[in-house]
Write a protein of this length. Structure first.
Length: 663
């Protein structure tokens, strides 16, 4: 190594030695970077604290150890959540001499009873950070435990014990855990709990588990027309009761809802895999809504449990159509069945996997199969037990299907007319589709000519078009209008889509039913996909809102043992396949560096064939406030001010390390 390297190094003005390295202990990281654990310090994060404590109580109820939960909001932003479960253990923890188990749980990250599956078969908390984070971010936390006919208590401030755990009395009947906390104003400022939001949270949790009673109470000064001082929630019908309240007096296609529940069969280890509960109605003249849950935790982006329900309903209606001699029923799609429906689905499964720390999307592969198998038989009976009801639902779905096919035909005519028009100029590198197949038309935006070549060979020529782009396109969020218009990649993309941009964007002129972003499964590919999503969000937001934009999910690995091969989308999926499908076998692992390394057959099988692929739909929220929040986030991450990006990364960088630790 050259000495010049050291001689020319600037010295700077600050020293950098071992004393410069900080080691954050206990709950210090939580107070230093709360955004890493609860996503920020805004109203949503404040109420997330309540959800964390309530989820712990719900886990006791779901496990069969509690049937009553109480939520009490007092003045001074003081919230108490109690249950009549087993009570947190208070004896000395074997790994921490001199400390009670309660103190370990309240002051140590990644501690809890939900890792091994012995204490809880299904739970919403997976990382063991919930109540300890609440404790760290509260100026006061008081925990009372009634266990073995005795009552114990301990208080904390900003995560620090104020005294050792102490016995405060005897109780012959009481049992369970009570957590009282006051969010710290040093973290949350003057933000206060919103009674209506907590009231709604308590009510929704009661719907999700029919066996629990949740009692609400708040100070009279906090009550309102929408929030009483006291209320009791218990819904024996579970989700069906909730849906009935949501539907109200609206007329539906079928008088009866399709609702029920089913336990999953035991796994290979002989343990119960969980259960599913659902409630579905098809109101007339409705835009519909969906609510997805896993272990009582909302998963707003759906996931594999949603896929299972979609499969069960679609296959069930197709089979009923075949039973009644309705030949066209074979063309029914999941969107025909789900559009306009009011749907609630709740699953309880062991060791669920989520797409991110915020648990917005369930990714557990087995959930799709378990839900579809459990729901399908019930749906078949729902249709055939009352043939008039079944025919009414089939007829309604067939009407939507015919409307969809009619719109598709109109778009194809427009597309063909535009393609054949002499004045139309399409990009030379666009490999178009004929558009006369039975499937819906798709445009794949592919990274690079090499991947484009494989995609052209792998595609369905009737329905799939390919547009290769060269590397990273322009970041439209930080570019001027003139620079955007002058960019050749953006011009080609706009021409291929045929619907115009910004104020001239008309989704009715879109030449394809789906726009699929297909990039490599690496950091560069993710960057390109982000730039493309930014382009659509800014230049053609109505396409995104209507659900035309998708992300392909190419695999990262190919696992082979003998003649059997499987594909893994990421490291976690790879480890799962090695532990289940290839357990005990010698596995040869191949890593795809890019789409261009996959042969056409592999690309078709894993990423392009509608029967075997997995797509993520990119959408925009309907509510104005949520849509404005999305715009602010895009501006923050992709806009012209680099300081905003720096602050975002600095506040959330620790989440990457946390993901690696959890994996």
């Amino acid at each position: 190594m050259s000495d010049d390297l050291f001689e020319n190094t600037p010295t700077g003005s600050g020293d950098y030695d071992s004393s410069s390295i900080e080691v954050l202990e206990g709950l210090e990281p939580v107070r230093r970077r709360p955004g890493m654990y609860i996503g920020g310090t805004d109203d949503r994060a404040l109420h997330h604290l309540a959800a964390e404590v309530l989820d712990n109580a719900m886990d006791e109820a779901v496990a069969g150890h509690a049937n009553r939960i109480e939520m009490h909001l007092e003045e001074g932003n003081r919230l108490t959540i109690s249950d009549n479960g087993r009570g947190i253990p208070v004896d000395e923890h074997p790994k921490f001499p001199g400390k009670s188990t309660l103190e370990v749980i309240l002051t140590t990250l990644h501690s809890g009873g939900k890792f091994s599956g012995k204490a809880y078969a299904t739970s919403g908390g997976l990382h063991g950070v919930g109540v300890s984070v609440v404790n760290a971010l509260s100026s006061l936390t008081r925990v009372e435990v009634a266990r073995n006919k005795q009552v114990f208590a301990q208080e904390f401030s900003q995560g620090v014990p104020q005294a050792a755990i102490a016995k405060i009395g005897d109780t012959p009947n009481r049992r369970g855990t009570s957590v009282t906390f006051v969010p710290d104003t040093e973290i949350f400022g003057d933000r206060q709990f919103k009674p209506a939001r907590l009231f709604k949270l308590a009510r929704s949790k009661a719907y999700l588990f029919a066996g629990v009673e949740i009692r609400w109470k708040c100070a009279p000064s906090l009550a309102s027309d929408d929030v009483p001082t006291e209320a009791t929630f218990q819904f024996p019908g579970g989700l069906a009761d909730h849906l009935r309240e949501e539907i109200g007096n609206r007329e539906c296609v079928t008088a009866d809802f399709f609702a029920g529940s089913q336990d999953f069969p035991d796994g290979d280890d002989g343990q119960q895999q969980g259960r599913v509960e659902w409630a579905v109605a098809w109101p007339l003249w409705s835009d519909g809504s969906t609510s997805w849950y896993c272990n009582t935790v909302p998963t707003p982006d759906g996931g594999t449990h949603e896929q299972g329900l979609r499969g069960a309903l679609t296959k069930g209606l197709r089979a009923f159509g075949d039973l009644t001699g309705t030949k066209k029923a074979k063309d029914i799609t999941a969107d025909d069945v789900m559009t306009g429906a009011e749907i609630m689905l709740s699953v309880f499964i062991r060791d669920p996997q989520f797409q991110s720390q915020t648990k917005d999307r369930l990714t557990s592969p087995e959930a799709a199969r378990l839900v579809e198998n459990a729901v399908r038989d019930h749906f078949d009976h729902f249709l055939s037990d009352n043939m008039e009801r079944g025919r009414a639902l089939l007829g309604s779905v067939m009407e939507r299907m015919e409307e969809r096919l009619k719109r598709k035909q109109e778009r194809e005519i427009k597309r063909k007319t535009a393609t054949n028009a002499k004045k139309l100029r399409l990009p030379g590198k666009l490999t178009d589709c004929s558009g006369d197949g039975e499937g819906e038309t798709e445009l794949f935006i592919v990274e690079g000519d090499s991947a484009g070549g494989s995609a052209k060979q792998a595609r369905n020529r009737k329905t799939q078009a390919i547009l290769p782009i060269r590397g990273k396109i322009l970041n439209v969020a930080s570019a001027t209008a003139d620079k955007i218009r002058a960019n050749s990649e953006i011009a080609d993309l706009t021409l291929a889509l045929g619907c115009g941009a910004r104020k001239d964007c008309d989704p009715e002129n879109l030449r394809y039913d789906r726009i699929v972003i297909m990039t490599d499964a690496d950091v560069d590919g993710a960057h390109i996909a982000t730039l493309l999503m930014t382009f659509f969000f800014q230049e053609m937001p109505e396409l995104v809102r209507r659900g035309h934009l998708y992300l392909a999910q190419p695999p990262l690995y190919r696992l082979t043992a003998g003649k059997e091969s499987r594909y893994a989308r990421d490291d976690e999926h790879r480890a799962e396949l090695e532990a289940t499908v290839f357990k005990g076998k010698k596995v040869e692992v191949g890593r795809f560096k890019g789409l261009g390394e996959m042969n056409p057959q592999q690309l078709r099988e894993t990423t392009m064939n509608p029967e075997t692929r997995s797509l993520l739909r990119i959408t925009l929220p309907e509510q104005h406030e949520q849509r404005f929040a999305v715009k602010e986030l895009v501006d923050q991450l992709m806009g012209r001010n680099p300081e905003h990006r720096f602050n975002f990364i600095q506040n959330r960088a620790g989440e990457i390390d946390r993901d690696l630790i959890d994996a």
